[in-house]
Design a protein. Structure first.
Length: 246
C-alpha cells in the first residue's frame, strides 16, 4: 500500500465538500475517481496534495502521516499532480518547462537563470522523449496545441520524480484521437516508471478502458468502489451517475 486516506472531511461554510472519505491505494495501481460535477473530486485532490487542509481525517503516504503538509513538501515526498486547467509556464520553452520542474525538486531553482542551460539536459530530454515532445523542445509552450500542452503538463509532473501521481481530467478538451494518445501515454509511463496513478475523468470510455479500480464520489462521499465491471453494474451508480452520461 502506498497511500491510505482515513475519514477525510472538508467543509466550506455550510457545504460539506468531502465527507468521511476513506480508501487505500496499492503500489502500482492505476485507478480513477468519477462522479457528477460538484461531487468533491477536485477538492479531494486538493486535500491529498496539500492545497487545502482537511477539517478531519488523516493522509498517510508510505505509512508517513502527511496531513497538513504544504504542496511543496508533499511534492518532495514523491507525490505529483496535474490540474484540471492546464498549468504550464506559457512563456518558457517546452524544454525549460520540464527543466524547471527537475531543478525545483532538486532545490536548484535559484541557479535557474545563471546556469540552467547547462543543467540536467539529459534528464530533461529523457522526459521529453517519453512524452513525445522532444522535437518541440524549443517551441514556446504557450504556442503548443491544447493536446500537447496537456502532455507537457504530464512531463512537468514527471520532472518532480514522483512515485504517486494524481491527474485531474488529463483528457479534458482533447479530441478523441488526442484522448487515446494521452491514455496510451499514461499507461506506458505507469508501466515504465512504476508509478501509482489516480485520475479524475469524465470520459467513461477512458475510465473503463484503463482503470484497474474505479471509485465513485457523490455528495462528497465514496458511493462505490471496485473493478470497472462491478462499478458499471452497480444499480445505485447507474441511477445517480452513469445514466446522466448516456
Amino acid at each position: 500500500m502506498i497511500l491510505r486516506v482515513e475519514k477525510l472531511k472538508k467543509t466550506f461554510g455550510g457545504l460539506t465538500a468531502v465527507n468521511d472519505v476513506s480508501f487505500d491505494l496499492m503500489e502500482g495501481e492505476l485507478s480513477s475517481i468519477i462522479g457528477p460535477n460538484g461531487a468533491g473530486k477536485t477538492t479531494l485532490f486538493n486535500l491529498l496534495t496539500g492545497h487545502i487542509r482537511p477539517d478531519e481525517g488523516r493522509i498517510l503516504f508510505k505509512e508517513r502521516d502527511i496531513t497538513g503538509f504544504q504542496p511543496d513538501r508533499v511534492c518532495r515526498q514523491g507525490i505529483g499532480r496535474s490540474f484540471q486547467r492546464t498549468n504550464i509556464f506559457p512563456k518558457l520553452t517546452v524544454f525549460e518547462n520540464v527543466q524547471v520542474a527537475i531543478l525545483s525538486i532538486r532545490r536548484k531553482s535559484r541557479s535557474l537563470f545563471s546556469t540552467a542551460s547547462r543543467m540536467l539536459v539529459g534528464e530533461t530530454m529523457e522526459i521529453l522523449e517519453s512524452i513525445g515532445l522532444a522535437e518541440k523542445r524549443n517551441v514556446t509552450a504557450g504556442l503548443l496545441a491544447h493536446g500537447d500542452q496537456r502532455l507537457l503538463e504530464i512531463g512537468i509532473t514527471l520532472g518532480t520524480n514522483p512515485e504517486l501521481v494524481f491527474l485531474d481530467e488529463p483528457t479534458a478538451g482533447m479530441s478523441p484521437e488526442e484522448s487515446w494518445k494521452a491514455v496510451e501515454l499514461v499507461q506506458r509511463l505507469a508501466r515504465e516508471r512504476n508509478l501509482t496513478l489516480l485520475f479524475i475523468e469524465h470520459d467513461m470510455e477512458v475510465v473503463f478502458g484503463i482503470s484497474e479500480k474505479v471509485r465513485v464520489m457523490h455528495l462528497g462521499s465514496i458511493l462505490a468502489e471496485g473493478t470497472p465491471e462491478a462499478v458499471r453494474a452497480d444499480e445505485e451508480v447507474q441511477r445517480i451517475y452513469l445514466a446522466e452520461e448516456t
